[in-house]
Design a binder for this molecule. Sequence first.
Ligand code: 5GP
Ligand code: MN
Length: 354
Amino acid sequence: MKHDTSRIVLPELLPSAELMRLMLMIREAQHIVVTAHHGPDGDAVGSTLAWAAYLRRLGKQVTIALPSWFPDFLKWMPGSRQILIYRDQPEAVKNALRQADLVCSLDYNELSRLNLMEDAVARCSAPRLLIDHHEEPNEEQFSLLISRPKMSSTCELVLRLLVQLGAYPDMTRSEAACLYTGIMTDTGNFAYNSNDANLYLFVSLLLRKGVDKESIYKKVYQSWSVGKFTLWNDALSQWLTFHAGGHASVFMMTREMMKSHKFIRGDAEGLVNEPLKIHGMKLSISLREDTEEDVVRVSLRSTDGFHCREMAERYFNGGGHEDASGGTLPFPIEEAYETTKRAIEAYEAELSQS
Ligand code: 5GP
Ligand code: MN
């Protein structure tokens, strides 16, 4: 088949009526709070920083408020020091919410994903704008929803919005770097959720801003401490168990173990993907004792036609994407492990299908 390159055009994201509603909503707001989910990742931090920068250029007063800390390996992101963390500064966030006439909800699909910041945002009477790529957003909680579950990341979605809003020419290299980071981390450096050809048209716009993708890769993926390296080795060599005839695996990280490896925020991120390198492995689950709350954080990743989201909803009080989900169990890690085994047993037939 011949492909005609003379006709490459950037596809538009929003139909004009929706675009008008968005523009109107922004125009009417002066004090804006931009939020993302608990346990923010590269996509959450990158999309809020870039979206906030755009709003500030329009002359708005903008506060970025995240429920909890983001990983240390994202601290280099330009502007990240101005982010308010609700866990540390609840009053400052509540103050911003009191003045807010618009709340932007990025990279999450319902308020419960804000965890301890949920009530503060729910009580705020300002209209809520959702910009997100998770399935099945809670429509009642938002005044305007820009929900695109097919997109790789909220950063891709924000980039495409900014292009359509005419904000690309003024975008700085730092903002482009933030957006690139979120796309990179949500696709595992373009390993998954990244088959859409249009994604690369938009990524090329970021590179044109002078983004150094190799340096970002290094800062995010190759800046490990010795402790992180030994933690990963320990978790996989001592704590990994196999289930469902080798199609599923589970590993645990206890608080004690994390302490002995001098754990810092973000050190466990990505580890759950490792067992999927094994041939035939369709599901990887990690159980991690939270360092701040008395709960076990569950991460699920799946591949080869098995989808973990339903399991996350049914067994782990969670949800997420088809192949990347998470949840929380409010009991000791040994019990969490038993629940996990039961969950895998319930899906054993499906996991064993070739
Ligand atoms: P992670 O394993 O990286 O913490 O999360 C993977 C995916 O699952 C993310 O897209 C995240 O939004 C989603 N997720 C994580 N924890 C929860 C949860 O408790 N509830 C829901 N609904 N989604 C979650
Ligand atoms: Mn995301």
